[in-house]
Design a binder for this molecule. Structure first.
Ligand code: BJW
Ligand code: ZN
Length: 256
């Protein structure tokens, strides 16, 4: 399918935009070699993801949870940002403080590509959080074994990841909502948009005019290999790999 008319439409909307917000999901890192969550059977070594990435799973078997996360950490330490990540980093240079990248990803690849205004809704693989004193520490992406301990109080630490049923970090969520509310164009990239409250941002971008009369609904551009759950809010859908589509959009914005 020829994507160029949709890419041209996205470029036009972006060139008119004063403020841009982006929501990314696992698909943006797929071309780097980071597996997505819902692509295959959703299983890891026969376990449902919900069973290893949930407070219940942690209570049941923290050793298993750490084995899962050590593998994820090692995988991410071995991959590189792809052209999609780099295009988003270049876009931040164009819009500056009016460019906000909200991500559900925990792999840190946006920051490694150069984005600085990144709001991590679901935590980060490189950080741990003490189950005793709550201390949050950047531990890099090394294998931490299955019984890593807090240097301050000696209690077991857990991955600093938002599991199902847990709240998102308050300040980060506030920033994400603010950026969504203020943007003229909202890009939703590489997410199935089934996990809330993150997916709800797309609707917020569209419905901001209902809340503040003088605001126009943001234009929503989706980039994915297939339409997501929020397709009804999408103005321009570009259905191709983000690592190929985003550099083309960047090139078009620059040609201006
Ligand atoms: C490409 C591509 C390429 C591929 N180019 N594209 C019922 C209804 C509504 C809500 C709920 C409900 N029951 C429970 C809830 C709430 C729950 C939720 O939303 N559940 C739904 C699944 C139903 N949410 C929560 O629990 C959240 N907390 C919360 O709500 O707190 C308030 C509260 C507190 C107490 C009680 C109740 C409420 C927390 C959610 C945390 C999510 N965490 C995870 C796991 C972290 C584990 C880890 O990373 O280690 O975060 S879930 C997992 O999904 C991960 C992801 O960030 C998240 C989103 O997935 P994503 O990124 O969209 O990936 P995929 O795989 O789904 O999609 C990939 C996409 O890429 C696809 O579309 C492909 O087509 C595309 N793609 N290649 C472009 N090359
Ligand atoms: Zn501690």
């Amino acid at each position: 399918m020829d994507l160029s008319p949709y890419i041209a439409e996205a470029i036009k909307l972006l060139r008119e935009a004063k403020s841009v917000a982006v929501l990314t999901g696992a698909g943006v890192s797929a071309e780097s070699g980071v597996p997505t969550f819902r692509a295959s059977d959703g299983l890891w070594e026969g376990h449902r993801i919900e069973d290893v990435a949930s407070p219940d799973g942690w209570e049941r078997d923290s050793n298993l949870v750490w084995t899962f996360y050590n593998l994820r950490r090692t995988n991410v330490s071995e991959v590189q940002p792809n052209p999609g990540h780099y295009a988003l980093a270049e876009m931040e240079k164009i819009w500056g403080e009016d460019f906000n990248l909200i991500t559900q990803n925990v792999d840190g690849l946006h920051q490694r590509a150069g984005n600085t205004r990144v709001w991590e809704l679901h935590g980060a693989l490189n950080r741990t959080e003490c189950t005793g004193c709550g201390d949050i520490v950047d531990q890099g992406l090394t294998d931490l074994g299955t019984d890593p301990r807090c240097k301050k109080c000696g209690d077991l630490v857990r991955p600093n990841i938002v599991w199902f049923g847990e709240s998102l970090p308050h300040e980060v969520w506030k920033k994400a909502q603010e950026a969504t509310f203020l943007c003229d164009v909202f890009l939703v990239i590489g997410t199935s948009a089934v996990v809330y409250p993150a997916a709800g941002l797309v609707r917020l971008a569209k419905q901001r005019g209902d809340i503040v009369g003088e605001l126009q609904p943001a234009k929503v551009i989706e980039i994915n290999i297939t339409p997501s759950d929020v397709v009804t809010y999408v103005d321009v859908g570009i259905y191709g790999p983000s690592g190929e589509v985003l550099p083309k959009i960047l090139e078009g914005i620059r040609k201006g």
